[in-house]
Design a protein around this ligand. Structure first.
Ligand SMILES: O=C(O)c1ccccc1NCC(=O)[C@H](O)[C@H](O)COP(=O)(O)O
Length: 238
């Protein structure tokens, strides 16, 4: 017997777009297909960093529009992060710096309901947290997010693609799902077929390719990314 159509998943994983700054950004994203929106707080000097009250306003707007807000942060104070999550209603937390497994354990205790995402940084193909993936999992991490570190040490929104071979070298170490990031766009979608076919693949995370040259999200760019990275299952090429 086949499962009732209503219960069948309709999408292949998540699509997260990072760095929303305004309600208009959120309206555009809600209209074009992503499931998750990254809101930055505690990213010093980041162009999309939000003050706490603005973060709360955008998180509430995202939820109202049917998007799941994700707090993207370099903060490494569990109490501060937990307080922010409680105050804003944000359930997904993306630790994008070099936070420790101990911080993840602390956060897990304070926020049992939260979805905790730890970024694994790949520098020249090597994962800098390679020795700690098991510790992050035991600490209560729900998802990893694989992203690029540039040769000069920049992290986040680098627009630089990972080599799929380097991703595959890391995957046997993981037992929890992962999001893929790092310079994903519409033209390199096919390069990652073997990665996105992996049973632990949970979706794609994109910033640079969702924007035009002035740094603004565009309807056209995000719609094209949704088609490439987050199609309805019946649209997925065999
Ligand atoms: O987006 C940023 O500029 C950023 C800055 C500091 C920390 C994290 C940041 N972004 C996090 C993301 O999740 C991005 O979507 C991810 O790095 C992919 O970006 P891109 O390679 O530009 O698609």
């Amino acid at each position: 017997m086949t499962a009732p159509a209503l219960l069948a998943p309709r999408r292949a994983g998540h699509l997260k777009v990072c760095g929303a700054r305004t309600r208009a950004d959120l309206a555009l994203l809600a209209d074009t297909g992503p499931t998750l929106v990254g809101l930055w707080h505690g990213v010093p000097g980041g162009p999309a960093d939000l003050e706490a009250d603005r973060l709360a306003d955008l998180a509430a707007t995202a939820i109202r529009l049917g998007l799941e807000p994700v707090l993207v942060t370099f903060l490494d104070d569990a109490r501060k992060i937990a307080a922010l999550a409680r105050a804003t209603g944000i359930r997904w937390i993306q630790l994008h710096a070099y936070q420790s497994p101990a911080l993840v354990a602390d956060l897990r205790e304070q926020l049992p309901y939260a979805v905790l995402v730890k970024v694994l940084h790949l520098s020249r193909g090597r994962c800098l947290e390679r020795a700690f993936t098991g510790a992050f999992e035991r600490a209560g991490c729900d998802l990893f997010l694989l992203d690029t570190v540039t040769d000069d040490g920049r992290v986040g929104s680098t627009g630089q693609a990972l080599d799929p071979a380097h991703v595959h070298a890391l995957l046997p170490r993981l037992t929890i799902p992962f999001l893929l990031a790092g310079g994903l766009n519409t033209t390199n979608r096919d390069t990652y077929r073997t990665v996105t076919d992996h049973p632990l693949y949970a979706g794609a995370d994109i910033d640079t390719a969702a924007r035009d040259r002035t740094g603004r999200f565009t309807h056209e760019a995000v719609t094209a990314l949704t088609r490439a990275w987050h199609p309805r299952l019946q649209e997925t090429p065999a």
